[in-house]
Design a protein around this ligand. Structure first.
Ligand SMILES: O=C(O)/C=C/C(=O)CC(=O)CC(=O)O
Ligand SMILES: [Ca+2]
Ligand SMILES: [Mg+2]
Length: 407
């Protein structure tokens, strides 16, 4: 672990090799500020940079990460290197101490202005399971699945920070057994454990972002819960895909882990067969599989441990695909990996799979059972990844509690 004058446990999730960025306020000062999480503290990055006279102070002095995201990779690297050196250098302690806040006492906000939001479908295991559950009479994977990362455009305006209550959505549903559509609160409210990627540096309209340029555009990584109303979804999705069943709320974790913190977590993605088209091939020696281990908890009880390393399509391929038609990406655009599911129930990232379409409810301690979420249920997704020199990279958590439908 790199030296720091702060007292930080070697296995801390937010040690000096992590340094995620977020936006916080304090009870005495409600204005939003850019912060870096370090151990049990948040460093007010703008205030620290101004105190030290750092050249990038302007990029980190606003009320969101937007200016930092837009400033591009050389500045991202400069800021991270500076924060690491400040935390390592005892001479800086006096400058920084006044700008450290207890992490437990700050309020965290949506870290950036969300531009467009795309949700992919890149776990082979998840897509296979959903195919089996939703379309039992067909091949589980559609013929296109291994040729391109399937995705859909989500609703950017309903992306909410962790902790925001999730109102049970109301809408239409109809099973083959129903003579006509029913209207009312969703009876199959679900979660999707996903990993999100935020674009910092934009691309030009008409230009593609090749797989090899991923790290020049994507700033960082965070956790996502793509709340999904399975009954609304199952009735509405044909033929254009997810709509109101997924647009009511998407929760994101407040700390954005910079891509650079994940160097030690990079790993070869699964072998793709058939080999994808040229524009989707992994750059030579530059794998963008990521060894991120997720954990999903319902009311404090561990439901599953989805392994991100098993994702068939990497975030670099997803970005290449999203822009191959000349569509540009803008600062603040974010895309999610798709539900992360590994093999077997202990690794599934949705209740749809964990309860196999509601047929095999999950048993909770105390005798309770769940197929889908009940009002009052709280879901928390956390994750870790290997960091430099044997350290742990934490992602914090994305959590939300279901509140009753508004009728
Ligand atoms: O196969 C379908 O009909 C749809 C499945 C999903 O729920 C799509 C989705 O949200 C993508 C994902 O998170 O993997
Ligand atoms: Ca999803
Ligand atoms: Mg959503």
């Amino acid at each position: 672990m790199p030296d720091t004058w702060l007292d930080i446990a070697p296995d801390a999730h937010f040690g000096p090799s992590c340094l995620p960025y977020g936006v916080f306020s304090t009870p005495d000062r409600p204005e939003r500020r850019v912060g870096v999480a370090i151990g049990d503290h948040v460093l007010d990055l703008g205030a620290a940079a101004r105190a030290i006279g750092a050249p990038f102070a302007g990029a980190v002095s606003g009320a969101s990460l937007d200016p930092l995201l837009a400033s591009g990779r050389p500045v991202w690297e400069q800021v991270r290197a500076a924060v690491r050196s400040w935390l390592a250098d005892p001479v800086r302690e006096g400058d920084l101490r006044p700008h450290l806040h207890e992490r437990a006492g700050v309020q965290l906000h949506l870290p950036f202005t969300v531009g467009d939001y795309v949700d992919f479908y890149s776990s082979e295991q998840h897509a296979t399971n959903v195919g089996r559950i939703f379309r039992p009479d067909q091949q589980p994977l559609t013929p296109n699945w291994k040729h391109l990362p399937i995705g859909y455009h989500g609703r950017a305006g309903t992306v909410v920070p962790s902790g925001t209550p999730v109102v049970r959505p109301v809408g239409q549903r109809k099973t083959p057994a129903d003579a006509a559509p029913l209207f009312g609160p969703s009876a199959r409210l679900d979660i999707e454990a996903e990993v999100g990627f935020v674009v910092g540096a934009p691309s030009a309209h008409g230009e593609r972002v090749p797989v090899a340029s991923f790290a020049d555009h994507v700033f960082g990584v965070f956790l996502v819960n793509d709340w999904s109303a399975r009954d609304l979804q199952a009735w509405e999705y044909v033929p254009l895909g997810p709509f109101l069943g997924k647009s009511f709320a998407t929760s994101v974790s407040p700390w954005v882990v910079p891509l650079q913190a994940l160097d030690a977590a990079r790993t070869a993605p699964p072998v793709r067969d058939p080999e994808p088209l040229e524009y989707l091939r992994d750059a030579e020696g530059e794998p963008w599989g990521l060894d991120i281990s997720l954990e999903v908890r319902l009311n404090g009880h561990l439901l599953s441990r989805p392994p991100f390393s098993t994702m068939y399509w990497t975030p670099a391929q997803q970005l290449a695909h999203m822009t191959v038609n000349g569509a540009s990406v803008r600062t603040g655009d974010f895309y999610a990996s798709g539900t992360v599911s590994g093999t077997g129930r202990g690794e599934f990232g949705s209740l749809l799979e964990l309860s196999w379409g509601g047929k095999e409810p999950v048993r909770l301690p105390g005798g309770a059972e769940r197929s889908f979420l009940e009002d009052g249920d709280t879901v928390a997704i956390t994750a870790t990844a290997p960091g430099a020199d044997g350290t742990v990279i934490g992602f914090g958590e994305v959590t939300g509690t279901v509140v009753p439908a508004r009728l």
